[in-house]
Design a binder for this molecule. Structure first.
Ligand code: IDP
Ligand code: MG
Length: 134
């Protein structure tokens, strides 16, 4: 195991439902929150952040969703943080996420799934740098 950094975004659906504080509590229990800010993503920011998905059919709707309201962005640090945070988040489809996961408890469906999390060590570093200075 190694000390890793992963990027979390509390998405517009969760912020609108006023559960960002409850989600933050779960994150703080397991990770060191090294940076955090609330912002409203511009279309340019959302398009650049999700550029890897730009050929996917859900991409236009994803950009609309991610720019529909404010988000909370957090850099999380911990041992094995990428995998451990993916487990804490749950499956992409909130309706199929395991009991006790953030997406099961606060998400709605495949798109409105409450949180983002990096999927690899490299993307954890890249996505953290997208939002925060070193
Ligand atoms: P992840 O967030 O679990 O890593 P990704 O495949 O990286 O899932 O997709 C990024 C985001 O795009 C998802 O969290 C979700 O909000 C949205 N998304 C992914 N697949 C679909 C889909 O099939 N329909 C609608 N939205 C989707
Ligand atoms: Mg992903």
């Amino acid at each position: 195991m190694a000390l890793e950094t992963t990027l979390s975004i509390i998405k517009p659906d969760a912020v609108a439902k006023k559960v960002s504080g409850r989600i933050l509590s779960r994150l703080e229990e397991q990770f060191n929150v090294v940076a955090m800010k609330k912002l409203h993503l511009t279309r340019e920011q959302a398009q650049a952040f999700y550029a890897v998905h730009k050929e996917r059919p859900f991409y236009p709707a994803l950009i609309d969703f991610m720019t529909s309201g404010p988000v909370v962005v957090l850099a999380l640090e911990g041992e094995d943080a990428i995998k451990r945070y993916r487990e804490l988040m749950g499956a992409t489809d909130s309706t199929k996420a395991a009991a006790g996961t953030i997406r099961k408890d606060f998400g709605t469906d495949m798109q409105k799934n409450a949180v983002h999390g990096s999927d690899s060590v490299e993307n954890g570093i890249r996505e953290t740098r997208f939002f925060f200075a070193p």
